[in-house]
Design a protein around this ligand. Structure first.
Ligand SMILES: [Zn+2]
Length: 333
């Protein structure tokens, strides 16, 4: 007699017995076209310099970027996102606004070497400012803080400069209130009405960014980013408010960052905004932890990476920014 659970009539293991059946009933797909590869380009850099805390990732000179893009062109990736390391930093991050800036030059190289590859540019100031914060500073009630509204105008100028240099998509990451609207207005006024904005909408002040700061040389020189990035313990509804506001300001794609410790946020955003393209940023710390464990033989890098990426897709991400993009494209081929 079957008991109340349906056993033995119902045996879910039947769906797992044959690999062909497992394959048939799978619903989460992972393809190279879902993946976006972050690249670090260094002004005056010599060749490719491996980032100590991110084995397998490099700071590239413009010449090396050219070679890298040629290699990436055939992998079927969803795109690349570029981060610039300028030759000199100052209080206002002026390299970010210059048409001869490092990221502007990198965009030109990217589009020349791989014209078919989606080139996304990260728009922020932390890689370009001497103080390492994401915008202009001011004194506010006795506390040094990023001047939100003064930064907005500069973000618009930076985005237009990137678009002029060849960026197919603009990705503002600074978590300034109103950044998406300001960038949208600036792009439209400059004629870039068809350039989409992928907003880092729900970006948390996370310890998982540690290795990135080596990669992009962007650690804050004092304080931290908790006055603009989100508190990990804040109500998940606050992430939904961030997303809602960015969409109202004209964001075309939305991002949640980091990914692995924030799968609940990804799922909430996916459920609340079902039609919105949703990206997850599989950040440096998530990558480096696996790399470090794999180097000791404690974990299988490939299996762990692919399982993590599948989990992000299952939680609702339509695209994933990941340092494994290049390896994963080969693993999935
Ligand atoms: Zn920033």
């Amino acid at each position: 007699m079957p008991d109340s659970s349906g056993f033995p009539t119902t045996r879910l293991r039947r769906l797992r017995y044959l690999p062909q059946v497992r394959q048939l009933v799978r619903s989460t797909r992972l393809a190279p076209s879902d993946l976006i590869y972050p690249l670090f380009v260094k002004a005056g850099g010599r060749g490719r310099e491996e980032i100590a805390s991110m084995p397998g990732q490099f700071q590239l000179s413009l010449e090396e970027l050219d070679r890298e893009m040629t290699e990436l062109a055939g992998l079927g990736l969803g795109g690349v996102i570029l981060f610039g390391l300028p030759a000199a930093k100052d209080a206002t991050g002026s390299d970010a606004l210059s048409d001869q800036g490092i990221v502007q030059q990198a965009l030109a190289v990217t589009k020349r070497a791989a014209p078919g590859m989606l080139a996304i540019s990260d728009v922020c100031f932390c890689e370009y400012t001497s103080h390492g914060h994401c915008g202009l500073l001011h004194e506010h009630h006795g506390q040094t803080d990023v001047d939100n509204d003064a930064t907005l105008e500069l973000l618009g100028r930076q985005a237009v400069s990137h678009a002029r240099a060849g960026a197919d998509m603009i990705a503002p990451s600074g978590m300034m209130d109103g950044m998406v609207g300001s960038i949208r207005r600036a792009l439209d006024a400059a004629g870039f009405t068809q350039t989409p904005i992928m907003s880092y909408a729900a970006k948390y002040a996370s310890a998982f960014y540690g290795p990135f700061r080596d990669a992009a040389d962007s650690a804050p020189q004092f304080g931290d980013r908790r006055s603009y990035q989100m508190d990990p313990a804040s109500d998940p509804g606050q992430a939904l408010r961030e997303v809602e506001l960015d969409l109202a300001e004209g964001a075309d794609l939305i991002m949640v960052k980091p990914a692995l410790a924030y799968l609940d946020i990804l799922r909430s955003v996916r459920d609340r905004f079902p039609g919105v393209p949703l990206a997850a940023y599989n950040v440096s710390g998530e990558y480096s932890m696996v790399k470090a464990a794999a180097a000791r033989g404690w974990i299988d890098e490939r299996a762990t990476a692919l399982e993590s990426l599948v989990a992000m897709r299952r939680a609702g991400a339509s695209a994933i920014l990941t340092y494994w993009a290049k390896d994963a494209a080969r693993w999935l081929a």
